[in-house]
Design a protein around this ligand. Sequence first.
Ligand SMILES: Cc1ncnc2c1ncn2[C@@H]1O[C@H](/C=C/CNC(=O)c2cc(-c3ccc(F)cc3)cc(O)c2O)[C@@H](O)[C@H]1O
Ligand SMILES: [Mg+2]
Length: 215
Amino acid sequence: TRKSRPQRLLKAVEGKATLGDPQSVITAIDHFCRHKEWAMNVGDEKGSILDSLVIELSPVNVLELGTYCGYSTVRIARLLPPGARFITLEFNPDYAAVARQVIGWAGLEDKVQLVEGASGDWIPRLREHFGVQMFDLVFLDHWKDQYLPDTKQLEECGLIQKGTVLLADNVICPGTPDYLKYVRNSPHYDSRYYRSHLEYTKVEDGLEKSVFLGF
Ligand SMILES: Cc1ncnc2c1ncn2[C@@H]1O[C@H](/C=C/CNC(=O)c2cc(-c3ccc(F)cc3)cc(O)c2O)[C@@H](O)[C@H]1O
Ligand SMILES: [Mg+2]
């Protein structure tokens, strides 16, 4: 059967990137998505905003919801301080398989724990299974209607504490209206929109950064 788009994206990485060099993996994926086939990676423009927020935050415990091909996983993991812990959840086994190889090409497999499964099933188990108490940074980039329920579940499980930063992709396109309303209206979050563009296009999109202020 014809290869899937993630598999074609992986071939582009294997053909162009340098093993163990995260930047070359990022560049190879961006080139593939800009010139060959569009894919729903956070991309280079929003990716630069993501980079600056990770550098500023220097987070120790990071959670990513929706690994897909591992593009944002590589962007984040390459900037984490030694000893940081990064868990990324992905429930599609084919995407997870591609992401493992992309992360491996970047030489970042020791920095990332890719957990195959649904976020709703795993969030309640992260504390006892991985011994994580709270997350400094949560990057939301999975199904858009899952952002709000997962955020509420993270709050209920105590994995969001005072100072936790939620960073959400696609708050304009495709859009996450219920999530946006929640974080922007809640007295418990200080929320800010970073205007940008949908990956590899001129369409408006952006990232919403929401800092939890405590209960
Ligand atoms: C509950 C649960 N648990 C675990 N993994 C989960 C999960 N729910 C989904 N996943 C995983 O996460 C990724 C899904 C990403 C969804 N992202 C988008 O839909 C998306 C779409 C666009 C887009 C914009 C304009 C268009 F015209 C078309 C598409 C851009 C984007 O940046 C997107 O992120 C995918 O790998 C999926 O398996
Ligand atoms: Mg996205």
